[in-house]
Design a protein around this ligand. Sequence first.
Ligand SMILES: [Zn+2]
Length: 381
Amino acid sequence: MDYDFILKGGTLIDPYQGINGPKDIAFKDGVVADLCDAVSGRTTGGELDCTGFYVSPGFIDLHVHVFWGVGRHGISPDAHCLSKGVTTILDAGTCGADTFPGFKKYIVQNSRTRVLAYLHISSIGILNREVGELKNMVYANAARAHETIKANRDVIKGVKVRLTQKLIEDSAGLKPLAIAREVADHAELPVMVHPQNADCDSLDRILDLLRKGDILTHCFHPKECGILDKEGQLRPSVKAAQQRGIVFDVGHGRGSFSWRVVEAAIKQGFYPDTISSDLHAFNTDGPVYDLPTTLSKFLYLKLPLQEVIAKATDGPAKALGMSGQIGTLKPGARGDAVVFKLIQGNFDYADSRDRHRIGDKRIIPIYVIKDGKPFNISYQI
Ligand SMILES: [Zn+2]
């Protein structure tokens, strides 16, 4: 059989299929055409010897900001995501109903990275801190959000809302979440909530309003009303919410990942469902850098490699309702893969409060395949 491209001799980690071992993968017409112990056949694009490297489904980053030139936080998807092995990204609310058409035309349709979005419940989306997306609640326009979702279901996978007092009208309380809830329910999509400094006594009230499939991002943020109570104990509401299917997402960012919180949570048996970066223009030079660095921090936290990969492939694919289509290399799935090296050494990992830990492992992406075709990155084998 003729293929477009073959990855040969690598160790495949594909949690969706329960695979952790040597496999060859062949791609054709943008999808995985064959997966077996030894693929043979002619190729139009050649083959790559992956001996000594790991291969995984292309990473999925559930929280980034890529509306370059419009949202002040915007970064270029291909330079910061695809080149780091992240083949699918979710822009977490940088665009709203009024700005989505520009996002689709200039970002989604002009990137090799697969760009999906959670539409902000504010029609202007996230422009900058001074404007604040809901300082005027007139922007929370449910009807326009719904129309935009209806016309763009291929790209819009959920509704985003940020509950921080600086960004919403003082008297609004949890109203923005109620409006996001209504729009999301109507569209049968999840809500993603950024919960810091919410106008509430604790996270409990937010979690009360969330249902199976909804996403709570920034789950390890160090501010008040986080997943730990004042004594450092995991809130019972957090455990209960995870048990009823609410997705707890990392969303590292510049201010939302604390060694203190994550270490205490893990000690009490709490792990995130998805590991995302919240990568944006103000953290690509640290402390986030990229998704592989965030993933490597969880290796420091003693999460096995297979589980770290699961939380950046099958976990986010499930959260997107795209399980089996992306985040796996089973035949028929999108032909997205990353070849990476696991290197040993001493690596300085900072959290969002400039606290440091020294890890001994690091994930280094070497080669990326997107839709069955190689995407050259700067690392050389
Ligand atoms: Zn964000």
